[in-house]
Design a protein around this ligand. Sequence first.
Ligand code: ZN
Length: 202
Amino acid sequence: MVNESEADWFHLDVMDGRFVPNISFGMFIIEAISRIATKPLDVHLMIESPDRYIEAFRAAGADHITVHYEACPHLHRVIQQIKDSGAKAGVALNPHTPVELLEDILEDLDIVLIMSVNPGFGGQKFIYRSIPKIRKLKDMISVMNTKTLIEVDGGVGLQNAETLLQAGTDVLVAGTTVFKADDPADAIHRLKTIGWDRGFLV
Ligand code: ZN
């Protein structure tokens, strides 16, 4: 269904039961998905010490690898490690982490993922404080003139997609909105239609 839909990427949430309370799946499932997926695999690592697994996730088929700021004391090194693996590199921020902390690494990032719920479970309520964060990040990206994409993950739906796009979001991650819909392909289509003239990604 996703292959045939208008969605641009597969967003895959890896959870380790330590960085976040929940446990989801790891590289074996990603490898299985990569065998049939016809779109880039956007892998979001909600795990401790992600530097230990970058090459394994890349080998499993990850096209983009996003690590959490809060899980990486040596973030610059991990970002270089992701780039050396050949994947696009992203950093995710939990709701309490300010975007200003990315100032010295932003030009190295392909993606910044703003968590608009606390990571770990689907179906949570969108945290509206994320909107000014997105605006501020968009300003930082314009000033530095980088090509970094802003991705928003958590509580994204038809009710807030327009606001998110206006604030500067490039990529909407919509799990519950798509997969709990009666017609998931139509939910993707409706999200895409909201940003029709902006060329954004879902
Ligand atoms: Zn995610």
